[in-house]
Design a protein around this ligand. Structure first.
Ligand SMILES: [Zn+2]
Length: 173
């Protein structure tokens, strides 16, 4: 995944998802140091809630760069499973700042103890939550489309399409 410095201006390739005042959070890369913090279960519950609403869907699945390939995309909390690594989340601060983070931020915080900057933590705690009407009003005001992630029942199957003489065939990886 591409590395962006925390709080740098959001300018990811999905420019259609750029809105003024949007900054990057949690785009960790293998060669970049990041702050760590003690696990805060209450905060992780909040982050988990945000990962339910996907804002910018990627075309493929991104892996955590600190874990073995294909091991970081399935997350579980409170008995609920969710696929991470294919979308971004949005968090709104009272100040008007919009935070754009990969949904893998839940993985980074829960597994690698990533400690995001304080203003982002404050926005998580004090901003409108994805369970509120206000949250969706903010998304609509900004013209951001979103999808609600469905809970995963089992591990996602990875496959590639292979061309055979009978046409395209799914090959399970
Ligand atoms: Zn990882």
């Amino acid at each position: 995944m591409t590395y962006f410095k925390d709080l740098s201006e959001y300018s990811y390739a999905h420019s259609e998802f750029h809105r003024p005042g949007t900054v990057n959070i949690g785009w960790l890369g293998p060669n970049a140091d990041f702050n760590q913090m003690e696990l805060d279960e209450g905060l992780l519950d909040i982050v988990w809630e945000y990962t339910k609403i996907s804002v910018a869907q990627f075309r493929g699945l991104h892996d955590c760069e600190f874990c073995p390939p294909h091991t970081s995309n399935l997350a579980e909390r409170n008995g609920e499973k969710r696929l991470l690594g294919a979308a971004e989340i949005r968090v709104f601060a009272k100040s008007g700042v919009i935070y754009a983070a990969p949904d893998l931020i839940f993985h980074y915080m829960s597994i690698h103890k990533y400690g995001p900057p304080e203003p982002f933590i404050a926005a998580l705690k004090n901003g409108p939550r994805p369970s509120s009407k206000e949250y969706f009003e903010r998304l609509s005001e900004l013209g951001l489309t979103w999808t609600e992630k469905s809970a995963l029942k089992s591990k996602p199957v990875r496959f590639r399409l292979v061309r055979t003489k009978d046409g395209l065939k799914k090959e399970i990886l």
